[in-house]
Write a protein that binds this ligand. Sequence first.
Ligand code: SAH
Ligand code: SF4
Length: 343
Amino acid sequence: MLKYKDLIEVLKNAGYPKFRAEQVFQAVYKKGGNDYENISTLPGELKEFLKENVPVYSFGVGNRMVSKIDGTQKVLFELCDGKKVEAVLMRYSDKTGKRNTVCVSSQVGCALKCAFCATGKLGFSRDLTAEEIADQVLYFDHILKAEEERVTNVVYMGMGEPFLNYDKVMKSVRILNDEKCLNIAARGITVSTSGVIEGIEKFSEENLQVNLAVSLHVPTQDGRAEIMPIARANSLDKLMESLDDYVFRTNRRVSYEYVLLKGVNDGVEDARDLAELLQGRLCHVNLIQYNETGLPFKKSGKSEGEKFLEILEGSGVPVSLRISRGQDIFGACGQLAGKENAG
Ligand code: SAH
Ligand code: SF4
């Protein structure tokens, strides 16, 4: 959806007053309208004008799949240049209430080529615009509003490296957070980086309550550089230094993502190294089950995962084991490859 001030401008040029823009925004962002035809407050000729000139979404909506296991939904968006990206909706419900989390893509493909990741395998194609990122969330919000629910959380963990598309990503965060738009709490938004230090430094200066997640995966420099090429120019020492500085400036804890890869990073030694690295740091570790993607990595066994968790817990490092969602629709972490027929 266009930005508010751009919509006002487009409507003004076509001879419509500002309050029409307000009505459109109200309908699209607050009432869940994705079809101008159904906005009863608008005159017929304005509906026609909008249909032709102001698409609700900045992309076409392709195939949507719903997981039979857990209700996770994955959708393929077709961008105006024919490229494709995916986003995922995960729905949680427990004693504390309901959460609807959208996992958005920030780039088409990714340049960073982590050895275990399906998106990395694709290579980099282009950055998404702020509108293309925010519209992924708007799309799912519309689906949820039809059931009188809404998107409560957004994670930048789809395709792409958010900090290599820094400005557009931050712009999209501001759109999502804007009270005129979806009004999603900054605390409900998490940006995940594979460790782009320059981005972390900039992010430390943003005056926002947005969460930071770092894909650590291996607790030593050499081992990390082996499967995550980004670690060569962004060494573990410097990465930790930039994260300490982030915590110092923002007083916010960092989430560390750690995908358990069989025989690569899931041993007792690895767990001890990780515990030592994070000792005394304001952090939370998310242990993630690896989703196999046809790349030469296997997920760790249950007992390795439990042992790993136990060692971290025993060292006083806050940790949880994340349950993987949407595996049957290839919507789980690292399985997004923008293919129509995936799954
Ligand atoms: N580029 C960013 C954000 C997108 S990836 C980053 O790397 O942080 C989101 C998370 O999924 C990252 O932690 C990534 O390492 C992880 N991931 C990649 N491939 C995976 C796979 N096959 N199974 C599980 N997690 C995977
Ligand atoms: Fe890119 Fe993240 Fe995949 Fe690495 S894990 S290739 S940084 S999307």
